[in-house]
Structures are given as C-alpha cells and as structure tokens.
Design a protein around this ligand. Structure first.
Ligand SMILES: Cc1ncc(COP(=O)(O)O)c(C=O)c1O
Length: 389
C-alpha cells in the first residue's frame, strides 16, 4: 500500500469528540473509542498539502467555491457514480444534518409528520422533534441477515400520517445496506404517487464494497430527480467532518430556491474556507488515497468477522454492503438484558461503541462499531469485548 493506515496517532487533546468528550459524557477515560463516524487515519496527503498552503497564505477572509471546486466535484460524481451535475444545482452547507434540519423547516409545518426508517442515524429523529415535527417511523425489517424495507407499511404510514417529507438514509447507517436500484424504484414510485419529497442522505455513498453498487436517487428517473434533495459530503469519504462542508444537490429549481431561502434565514452565508480548500483537493486528487482507505476498511470488516467468529461466535456481524460502520448483533446472549450487554462493553471491556437503542428501539441488543481505525486498535477492542462475553 502506498498510504499508511496502520500507524496509530494519538488524537487526545486535538478537540476530537471521539476522545475528548469521554469525561463530559461519563465514559471511562481509558476506553477505546469506536463510536462516532470519523476515521482514525490522517486524510489524504494531497488534502493536507492544500490545507498547509492555505494556512501559510495567512489570510482567512470570507470565501466561496470557484470553478476549481465545481469542476472537481462534477468529475468525482461523474466518474464514481455516473451522475452529471450542473454547478447551479449545488448548495453548500456546513453539514448534511444542517441541510436536513433546513429542509424540514422549508418543506413541512410544525406538527407535520416526517418519515424515517429506524434503526437509523439518530440525528434524523432529533432534528425532526427539535423542529417540532413528528417522527413517523417505517421500521426496517431485519431478515436474511440484513435490513429490508416493508413497502406496505411505508405506503400506509405516508397515507395515514399525511407525510410530505421522507428522510432516506442511502446507504443505510447503521445497517450498512446499499439499497438496490429496484428498492429505490419502489420508494420512488410510492413517494411520487403520494407527493412526498425525498431527501436522500448519501453521505456514505462512496464507501461501498464489492458488487454493491450505489445508485444516486436522482438518477432513477427525471421525476425522481425533480422530487429529491441529494445530500453528499467529502466528510466521510476523506475524513473531513471537522471542516464543515457539504454538497447538497438539487435539480428542481423551486425546491432549491426554497431550501436556499430557509438556509438564508439561519444567517449562514459563506462556507468554511478550509472546507472549500480541502474538498477541492479531495475531489480533484484524492482518488488513489480513497481507494486504498476503502480497501483497508473492507479488510477491517473481514477481520472483525473472522475475529468474532473465532473468539466469540455468539456476537454476529451484520456484514455491511457499504460504510465503515458495522452493526454487531448480541441477540444470542438471551440470558443478558440489553443494559447488561452495553454495561459489559463500556465498563468491563472498556470499549465505547454506539449503543443500538440510540438508533431506535429496533436497535435493542445491537451495538455499532466504527472500523475506520488502525487494525491494531480494532484487534484490541475486539479482544477486550470477547474477553467479557
Ligand atoms: C447518515 C449520516 N448523515 C449525516 C451524517 C453527519 O453529517 P454532517 O456531519 O455533514 O452533518 C452522518 C455522520 O455520521 C451520517 O452517518
């Protein structure tokens, strides 16, 4: 490998929430931290160089993306996803969750129902309720070792709850599903039939494994393109979450303008300068680094599976089709309660994972582990977990 993903870097005292929030959140200070979704690898050298150059320049005034950014982002989406974008379709926000919250306010009213599919990335439910909307849940069904959509319930919930907005996690966090085109088509058919706007959160879409191919929701049909907001960001792909920059892609001009007006209402204007510099370098020059990072992550998924099957086969791995987040199933510990399982992981094994029930009650007896970390850290975490079960 050209790039080094094995070396361990100490992230303590770097403002990293994964490490520096332990005390505040009452977590053991010596816990191995594999919860929040960022990587323990330094980003691509080409991105570090771009940031160093900007830092050396020394002037950090108001900034906006220019043609270099637009060209880079368009090339990336064309080559990775066969998705052709026009400059004016892109809105930049400090993050995907910011865009989701803005869309909730722009396209629904207080008290309206917003559809999500639990277990799902918990900020979806948080921003719905914080904006005084109702969470309408179409629970995913766990069968054949993976999650599937219950389409009858999906349509029923839309009708019964008069849903106008669906927040779709595609690929899915925490289940690791990369939805098949046929599944997306069914979603689209139902949403178009009932006039439901689709916000497709595709932040994990670059990280897919093997035969699993991500379909950009807006590529399904011209109707789907006109009825969707596609949320993307280089933050997961290149480990840039702290730089606060995302690309929200909207083809429908009316929807785009309405979302932009809502964003303007928040007072947010120019994006972060370092976010622009890093994203431009990432999309223009980061391919090789990313391909190696993805390979390392996939090897970590396989390592996790093998390690657990050898040392503690009752912990089942829900094999991800995409993302570096792996859903671990502890249901075979029938004698232990959900609380006892999580207590053992955090306080006895001293490994800080994301607790399954945070993603919804469907997440009971699951925990989510982030495998975007050097293998030695992953191995120690798995060793510690196995030793307490
Ligand atoms: C599905 C999903 N959406 C959004 C985010 C966060 O996006 P941002 O930091 O751009 O708000 C995450 C981070 O883990 C995520 O998994």
């Amino acid at each position: 490998m050209k790039f080094d993903f094995d070396s361990v870097r100490d992230r303590k005292n770097t403002f990293a929430i994964k490490y520096d929030l332990a005390e505040k959140r009452n977590k053991p200070l010596d816990a191995i931290s594999l919860w929040v979704a960022d990587m323990d690898f330094p980003t691509a050298p080409c991105i570090q160089r771009a940031l160093e150059e900007r830092a050396k320049h020394g002037i950090f005034g108001y900034s906006r993306p220019d043609s270099r950014y637009y060209q880079a982002v368009k090339n990336w989406f064309k080559s990775r996803h066969d998705f052709e974008i026009q400059d004016e379709w892109i809105i930049n926000t400090p993050g995907v969750v910011f865009a989701i919250a803005s869309a909730i306010r722009a396209f629904t009213k207080e008290g309206d129902g917003v559809l999500i599919q639990k277990p799902v990335y918990y900020p979806f439910a948080n921003v719905i309720t914080l904006n005084k909307r109702r969470v309408v849940n179409n629970s995913l069904v766990f069968k054949n070792d993976h999650y599937e959509i219950d389409f009858d319930d999906f349509e029923k919930k839309i009708i019964e709850e008069n849903v106008r907005l669906f927040i779709f996690c595609s690929p899915h966090n925490p289940g690791g599903r990369v939805w098949k085109k046929e599944e997306l088509e069914k979603v689209s058919e139902i949403c178009l039939r009932h006039n439901v706007l689709v916000l497709s959160d595709e932040i994990h879409s670059d990280i897919t494994f093997g035969e699993n191919h991500h379909t950009v929701y807006a590529k399904l049909s011209s109707q789907a393109a006109q009825n969707s907001i596609i949320c993307t960001s280089p933050s997961k792909t290149f480990n840039l979450a702290g730089l606060q920059f995302s690309n929200i892609i909207i083809q429908n001009e009316k929807i785009r303008n309405e979302l932009q007006t809502e964003i303007d209402r928040t007072g947010y204007d120019e994006p972060s300068l370092m976010g622009i510099a890093a994203s431009t370098a990432a999309y223009a020059e980061g391919q090789e680094w990313f391909d190696e990072a993805k390979k390392y992550i996939w090897d970590n998924v396989l390592f996790t599976e093998k390690y657990l099957s050898q040392h503690c086969p009752k912990i089942r791995v829900v094999k991800p089709e995409g993302s570096y987040l792996v859903w671990l199933d502890f249901h075979q510990f029938t004698e232990l309660s959900d609380h006892e399982i999580s207590d053992r992981i955090l306080h006895k094994a001293k490994v800080w994972l994301d607790y399954g029930k945070m993603f919804g009650s469907e997440g009971e007896k699951f925990h989510r582990i982030n495998v975007a970390t050097p293998r030695s850290i992953l191995e120690e975490a798995l060793q510690r977990i196995c030793s307490v079960f």
